[in-house]
Design a protein around this ligand. Structure first.
Ligand code: ADP
Ligand code: MG
Length: 262
């Protein structure tokens, strides 16, 4: 199996070398297999988003080495796409134009773009929304458009930063099922950030638990539960209990640090 993302001893200091220097990550070692679903779990402010920016190539690590499929990560690449909590769709473009926006800079005709859009929007169950504008869609639908836009780039790695955090609980559960279908289909690796333990256990092949800032890997917990998963299975309950215990230690530490700063 090949490695879709490799981090070796990765550290990130924001504003390094200035009085505002701020260490977000330290000594992160992580190898993500091709096709693997990895969830990053940790207290707020521990550097989860920072790590995704580094993998996306949007920011540079201060130390360590990062690569994707053997290629050193230096810049953003279309096959490593990042999906945020709040989707930024262009309000003046239709859904299909949004979905293929990343392709429109190339030499692709409108006809081809619309074909690609139709294909990926069908995958996310939004074919009927092709000509709609973003404001006509619900929050869950907008996030599915964001996933479709990422799929249009044929990603090998999907980077998702709390993509369902703004959705209500029922919609979120639906979106998790939907994401697992898309993942199976796309055969991409997923690096998914959340601070919800339930979400981690529902989705992950492995859960990477971070310490409070500077984020280091505290424990990597494999989730060997068959899919589709039963959230009430005793093994799932045990996993949630374990994750809750190790996470709450770190949340307490993060709170203490934030109080000291205040
Ligand atoms: P998480 O996503 O786990 O909540 P972040 O990666 O957003 O955490 O942030 C980790 C730390 O780095 C925080 O202390 C945050 O304030 C800081 N940070 C994040 N982005 C920047 C930035 N662009 N410049 C300076 N500091 C940042
Ligand atoms: Mg974050």
């Amino acid at each position: 199996m090949s490695t879709s993302v490799s981090c070796k001893n990765v550290g990130k200091i924001w504003a390094a070398g200035t009085p505002r220097a701020h260490e977000a990550l330290r000594g992160v070692d992580l190898e993500v297999e091709d096709g693997e679903f990895v969830v990053l779990l940790g207290p707020s402010g521990c550097g989860k988003s920072t790590l995704l920016y580094l993998v996306a190539g949007l920011e540079e690590a201060t130390s360590g080495e990062m690569s994707s499929f053997g290629q050193s990560i230096t810049d953003p690449a279309p096959d490593r796409s990042l999906i945020f909590q709040e989707t930024s769709l262009f309000p003046w473009l239709s859904v299909w134009q949004n979905v293929t926006f990343g392709l429109s800079l190339g030499s692709i005709s409108d006809k081809e773009r619309k074909e690609i859009a139709t294909e990926v929007l069908t995958k996310v169950g939004l074919r009927a929304a092709l000509d709609k504008r973003p404001h006509e869609l619900s929050g869950g639908m907008r996030q599915r458009v964001a996933v479709a836009r990422a799929l249009a780039m044929e990603p090998k790695v999907l980077l998702m930063d709390e993509p369902f955090a703004a959705l209500d609980v029922q919609t979120r559960a639906k979106m998790q099922d939907f994401l697992l279908d898309v993942w199976r289909d796309a055969k991409a690796s997923v690096l998914f950030v959340t601070h919800h333990i339930d979400e981690a256990v529902a989705l992950a092949d492995r859960v990477v638990v971070f310490t409070s800032r500077p984020g280091t890997i505290k424990e990597i917990v494999p989730v060997n539960l068959p899919r589709p998963r039963d959230p009430f299975a005793p093994e799932a309950q045990d996993l949630r209990k374990h994750l809750t215990a190790i996470l709450s230690e770190e949340v307490d530490k993060a709170f203490a640090e934030q109080e000291a700063l205040a």
